[in-house]
Write a protein that binds this ligand. Structure first.
Ligand code: FES
Ligand code: MG
Length: 577
């Protein structure tokens, strides 16, 4: 082997260069795959973490796209290796993909560390894949760049655009109300997901890829490109090329994921009318980078950032394809330059400010200029009170305004099956003022905080024309959901949070302008209830579930595993031999 012609200081050199038995083993097994030394020796080895699988429709194109990334890596003089990661299909996993976000994060971190890797391209987009890949890659610490899957094409139903998730909920309510029948419902089913790519509303997927771009972790404009657009292929190749250059430049994530990058992500999340899931994921990502983000940072950002993206579910009409044609995320960020830290570094090697130069809006109804927002504030609000001392989250822009200050009697469900069994009964004791409560659906109780927080409106009320009511839970809700849903109540009921003490008939008071959420039950009564409260049995006694319930943090901390957080224990050593 020609040890003189390898590049200086590559991490992968430690595998391939030394004249010893172990390195001979590494090299000979590369030769076994048909590579010769000219392919890999002395070249930046780029891991492509590909979350493709036959169960993830949002990533179906990744089988082809990974070849486009490889082409870019080769063009720039690198050596690509594809490492498959858990695909985390939002639409297929039970009880919830959130249970496995941390598993993919661990897998990503450990795969990168254990392999001869100098840098990484992370291929994700379906909800949890984005934060999971980024969490793991932040902890691994090698140069990395995120490649977003891109949104799918607009849905279609009788010539009308259908939005992922949002229109499924909407038409399901119409079906339960009896205004559409089975044939119409089947048309919705066949038309709502027309191509590969992630959900094309501003749900969790678009929110998280926008956050990744705002944090400087994608090429400029990458997150807005529809999956089926040829520009997505070109962006994939560019991403591969750029990964090689990042290794040569030593552009590691600690130079990109700074407090400024996290603050930029907060502003952009709010301006897009973000999914409530942004809260748990951004908290976790910031804390992995050693940045002490908390719920109040979200509330502050929400109060001062107007919503500019007129995309469903926060907006009325448009979808991600429209957002792309209107100028995409760069055009939106260009409206916010006085709120963004423009000197933040990005994976492109340029500052955020430099990457936004020349970005402009092509349709001012889709992306609103700063002086004509769809809401002046209110993407998210953080509520606290005696039922959620560690906080809860609501999306005021998605609520019926009369419910923002509301008092009503609680109707409590201890589990989703219990709720599902009775919610459509004609004799259910419920009015439009009732506050529906679901508990034991948090990080440990769910388990994994399933997206059950948009509790269905009882059928009897749907028939009366009711389409929104106040709902409370320790669950999450889909980023494509809407309505007066107070979510992520912390601590959760399963671990004895005060949500466990509320009873049907108790009066619940919510006051969003004053950020309050209380049960109007006196202290002595609550103390008596607490004394009688019995902890439910643990959800798991073995396996990954046991690891999960033992180490997952509460929603206000980001639901990471405590032992994965930066600052827990000593630094993880590099493999020695
Ligand atoms: Fe994959 Fe919505 S199901 S992003
Ligand atoms: Mg979702």
């Amino acid at each position: 082997m020609g040890s003189d012609d390898h590049g200086a200081g590559l991490r992968s050199d430690r595998w391939f260069v030394p004249d010893d038995l172990r390195s001979m083993g590494h090299r000979s097994r590369m030769l076994q795959m048909g590579y010769d030394e000219a392919d890999f020796l002395g070249k930046p080895v780029i891991a492509i973490v590909n979350t493709w699988s036959d169960t993830n429709p949002c990533h179906s194109h990744f089988k082809q796209r990974v070849e486009d990334v490889k082409r870019g890596v080769l063009q720039a003089g690198g050596f690509p290796i594809e490492l498959p990661g858990l695909a985390l299909s939002e639409s297929q996993l039970k009880p919830t993909s959130m249970l496995y976000r941390n598993m993919l994060a661990m897998e990503t971190e450990e795969m990168l560390r254990a392999h001869p890797v100098d840098g990484a391209v992370l291929m994700g987009g379906c909800d949890k894949t984005t934060p999971a890949l980024i969490l793991g890659a932040i902890s691994a610490g090698y140069p990395m760049i995120f490649l977003p899957a891109g949104p799918m094409l607009r849905g279609n139903y009788k010539g009308q655009a259908l939005g992922s998730g949002s229109d499924a909920w909407k038409y399901w309510d119409e079906r339960r109300a009896g205004t559409i029948g089975e044939a119409e419902w089947k048309d919705v089913e066949g038309g709502i997901a027309r191509s590969y790519g992630h959900c094309m509303t501003f749900g969790t997927a678009s929110t998280m890829t926008a956050i990744a771009e705002a944090m400087g972790l994608t090429l400029p404009g990458a997150t807005s490109i529809p999956a089926a657009d040829a520009a997505h292929i070109r962006m994939s190749t560019q991403t591969g090329r750029r990964a090689v250059e990042m290794v040569r430049e030593g552009l590691t994530p600690d130079r990109i994921v700074t407090r400024a990058a996290i603050d930029n992500a907060l502003v952009v999340a709010m301006a897009t009318g973000c999914s409530t899931n942004a809260v748990v994921h951004l908290l976790a990502m910031a804390r992995r980078a050693g940045i002490p983000l908390c719920l109040d940072d979200f509330d502050r950002a929400s109060r001062t950032t107007p919503v500019l993206a007129n995309i469903r579910p926060s907006g009325k009409t448009y979808l991600m394809e429209d957002f792309y044609f209107a100028g995409g995320l760069c055009a939106l960020m260009a409206q916010l330059t006085d709120r963004l830290a423009l000197n933040a570094m990005t994976v492109s090697g340029r500052t955020l400010g430099e990457t936004l130069e020349g970005a402009e809006i092509h349709n001012t109804d889709v992306i609103r200029p700063i002086d004509n927002p769809i809401y002046h504030e209110g993407s998210l609000a953080v509520l606290r009170g005696n039922i959620a001392p560690d906080g809860a989250v609501i999306k005021p822009s998605a609520c019926l305004p009369r419910l923002l200050v509301h008092r009503g009697p609680a109707l409590v469900f201890d589990s989703y099956p219990e709720m599902k069994a009775v919610i459509d009964r004609d004799d259910l004791d419920v009015t439009a003022d009732t506050v529906l409560i679901l508990r034991n659906a948090g990080p440990q109780g769910g388990p994994g905080m399933p997206e059950w927080g948009m509790l269905p409106i009882p059928r009897k009320l749907l028939r009366q024309g009711v389409r929104d009511m106040l709902r409370l839970s320790d669950a999450r809700m889909s980023g494509t959901s809407y309505g007066a849903c107070v979510l992520h109540l912390a601590p959760e009921a399963h671990v004895g949070g005060p949500l466990a003490l509320v009873r049907t008939g108790d009066i619940i008071a919510v006051d969003v302008p004053n950020r309050r959420l209380d049960m109007l039950v006196d202290e002595a009564e609550l103390a008596a209830r607490r004394a009688r409260w019995v902890a439910p049995p643990p959800r798991y006694e073995r396996g990954y579930g046991k690891l999960y319930i033992t180490h997952v943090t509460q929603a206000d901390k980001g639901c990471d595993f405590d032992f994965l957080e930066t600052g827990f224990g000593g630094k993880v050593p590099e493999p020695e031999i």
